[in-house]
Design a binder for this molecule. Sequence first.
Ligand code: PLP
Length: 459
Amino acid sequence: MRSNFAYDTDRLVQEDQTHILHPWGDLGEPASRNPMIIAEAEGVYVYNSDGHRMLDGIGGLWCVNIGYGREEMVQAIADQVRKLPYCSNFGITATPKSIEFGTRLAGYTPGDLKRVLFTTGGSTAVDSALRFVQFYFNSTGRPNKKHIITRNYAYHGSTYLSASVSGKPGDRGNLDFVTDTVHHLPVPDPYRRPEGMTEEEFCDLKVADLENKILELGPENVGCFIAEPLLASGGVIVPPAGYQKRTRDVCSKYHVLYISDEVVTGFGRLGEIFASEPVFEIVPDIITSAKGLTSGYIPLGAVFISERLYGEVSGEAARGKQFANGFTYSGHPVACAAGLKNLDIIESENILGHVRDLGNYFIESLSKLEELPIVGIVRGSHLVACVECVADKKTKEPVPASFDIGNRIGVHARARGLMVRPMGHLAVLSPPLIVTREQIDTIVEIMEQAINAAVDDLV
Ligand code: PLP
């Protein structure tokens, strides 16, 4: 608890309710559900406007990887604002920081993904990647390769196209989407595989889903497959072992481009800067990134494109062809300065090694929650996990939405000093990567108490 806070919470709440339309806000929420006003933060902790301290079990929005209040970041950002607070990256214009950051990032990317296109965040990275695929096939005389294959429960963003390739059922109401060229496969969720099927057989089935869809549409009509290595916002669904590699192989077989959306999994969350190759043994054609790219200190996104693809649409043959895509803040110099310092911190503190050391402990410790009657499964990898609440462990029927179980767990956890991310009957955890073993113990302890308290509410 911080006692020296001078925020007027009542006034902030009242003004928020009067004037602010929250992104992803539920417009039907009762006014009694006050906004949660986070005023300050330090290390792995955030403080609400009344000074109540909470361990940030969600790392902002799975983005504050190096933790809060890093003085080195403050300095790097301030220095850049002083030198050059803004410059576009359009056309031939560049800045020392965007060049330096892009070059440094290319040292980490797998295979020949050495061409960096900066954007403003994850949605614009995904959107730009998909538009680059269109540009690539249009420019190389294959304009029919327009179809995009994605998966149910994927989350790729909130622009028109990135939202269209997302597939969380709860997000589909009341908005319009691109439907004629976007195709959703069933989710590769091993927890809900058919009764009696092994995980290997389930993997065969999910790989066949992709191959069959490509054949149904005709390989000559399919441009790309987009996939998060694990489906983060969809409930931290980790596909069966080998799925990523085998789906990548299917894409190569049919000349379908593979976009690996590493907006969540990149920058240390799975113990690597990019998880695609070291963790999942794939070299995609394109990788999208954001969030941990700057640890959320300043918004930034990036698309990493294979030199082979870039080579085919650049140079003499492409003279006069413009890739007409970009944003005022693409590759913002202050964001790139923050990204460079973020990388310095990740490297100098061996944060990747820390995540690799602690990852198993995090998942195994949380797995004890499966002993609770309402917890169907705890799943995840390294420092990202999800607790799924079920009404019946045998049928795996989710706790009904009317029980509001995720939000109840969230409220009880916050009261005990832990922020979790409620999503329906799920509670998601992705703490800053600097979290310690002791803090993990605290997370698990509070989660157990919060789940029990949420169940008590219902009886
Ligand atoms: N892709 C993935 C996998 C994400 O999880 C997200 C956001 O959560 C996005 C893309 C969109 O990123 P942003 O919210 O920065 O636009």
